[in-house]
Design a protein around this ligand. Structure first.
Ligand code: AMP
Length: 396
């Protein structure tokens, strides 16, 4: 069932509160170094303005922990938005209170206002109902376009929805739910999941959920070493989670029981330290010498994984195959990425690091859907309910 969309709602002359994700990186001078997230919300913003809404935008930025922090001020985002839209954007120096109310009262149809960082108030993350009511203010329509924050029940993603009768998903939210939903419901097979990154413990539910429908799961990254160690393979100095060996064994047993082709690296790129100056060597076996650490999947594993990926009709990818930030340990991630690009399969990539890897490989145009929400996409694909999504009504 699809959620009610911003396209289905009458916005003309209405005060519309839109939760966006303007959590952009800023440099020391307070300049935005990457405005991808602002651009991602432009379709919803433009639609609301074209339909004559009095638009109030709200977002968090960074982790100010409930205190005003000038380094996490959203004013630069208002300025960037004004350039992108080629129209003035009002800015309120607090997300609630008389100044914000005055701005809202002065909005004409097709005008917009950005509120200051929601997380300058601790009540935002605490999902305080009084704060949520104040945020709702005079808004008549609530739009959530911040998929990346939808896994958190905060005042602006959940609490506020109790105080605004009309609610709908923004276009970005809608797109995320559509593509991530497709990866879970009636996907084409063979279904290949590529799972990497730092820790098994971050991805337990994801792996368990995948075992319900994936044909093949390709494991890479540091988490592979916890699985190998659990199988009794020597992993040398590789990063492992010593307290998760039993869990890794359980997951391996589950995969076997469910007849999932659960693959671990059979050769590695290793070094004596995790450093850009380290000398990379290839180890042609699953086991790693005692004085070396595994930092990438080896050439044989790359070829095997690429082969499995190329046969897939659906691919889901979360987490790099190695320390892809350092060139000599990036090959595994890049080759698997290129195989995804060449597969012609429906491909969904989620998680900040995998998205960075997709950009590094230059294959963004070949991916069906690159999720803007790291944690949110992982939770969604783990089969969990996202509070910010649950709070939105279904389409009738
Ligand atoms: P995650 O956020 O869980 O997707 O983890 C991504 C991080 O895992 C990246 O910063 C990688 O550098 C790191 N990583 C991947 N493979 C390894 C490895 N073999 N050893 C140490 N760190 C790794």
């Amino acid at each position: 069932m699809a959620k009610l969309s911003i396209r289905d709602v009458d916005l003309k002359g209405k005060v519309v509160f839109m939760r966006v994700d303007f959590n952009v990186p800023l440099n020391d001078q307070g300049e935005i170094t990457d405005d991808t997230r602002i651009r991602a919300s432009l379709p919803s913003i433009q639609l609301a303005l074209d339909r004559g809404a009095k638009l109030v935008l709200a977002s968090h930025l960074g982790r100010p922990k409930g205190k005003v922090n000038p380094k996490m001020c959203l004013q630069p985002a208002a300025e960037r938005l004004a350039v992108l839209l080629n129209k003035p954007v009002r800015f309120a120096t607090d997300c609630i209170g008389p100044e914000a109310d005055k701005h809202v009262a002065e909005l004409k149809n097709g005008d917009l206002l950005l509120l200051e960082n929601l997380r300058f108030h601790k009540e935002e993350e605490a999902n305080d109902s009084e704060f949520a009511k104040q945020l709702a203010g005079k808004a008549e329509v609530y739009i959530n376009d911040a998929f990346g924050s939808a896994h958190r029940a905060h005042a602006s993603t959940e609490g506020i929805t109790h105080y605004i009768p009309m609610k709908a998903a923004g276009l970005l939210m809608e797109k995320e739910l559509e593509y991530l939903g497709k990866a879970l419901e009636n996907p084409l097979h063979p279904y290949v999941a590529i799972v990497g990154g730092a820790k098994v413990s971050d991805k337990i539910k994801f792996l368990q959920n995948l075992m319900g429908f994936a044909d093949t799961i390709l494991i890479g990254g540091a988490m592979a070493y916890t699985f190998l160690k659990a199988q009794g393979v020597e992993v040398g100095l590789s990063r492992i989670e010593a307290d998760k060996l039993d869990l890794a064994k359980e997951l391996l047993a589950q995969a076997q029981q469910k007849k999932v082709n659960f693959r671990l690296p059979q050769d590695h790129v290793v070094a004596d330290k995790l450093d850009a100056s380290a000398v990379a060597e290839t180890v042609a076996s699953a086991s790693i010498p005692a004085d070396r650490m595994g930092l990438d999947i080896g050439p044989k594993t790359r070829a095997e994984y690429a082969d499995a990926v190329k046969k897939a009709k659906t691919i889901i990818w979360n987490g790099p195959m190695g320390v892809f930030e350092i060139d000599q340990f990036a090959q595994g991630t890049l080759e698997v990425g290129r195989a995804v690009a060449e597969s012609g399969a429906v491909s969904v990539v989620g998680g900040g690091d995998s998205v960075a890897a997709v950009h590094k490989a230059g294959i963004e145009d070949k991916i069906t859907h690159i999720s803007t929400g790291g944690g949110a996409s992982l939770e969604f694909l783990s089969g969990l309910k996202l509070p910010g999504v649950e709070a939105l009504p279904e389409k009738k």
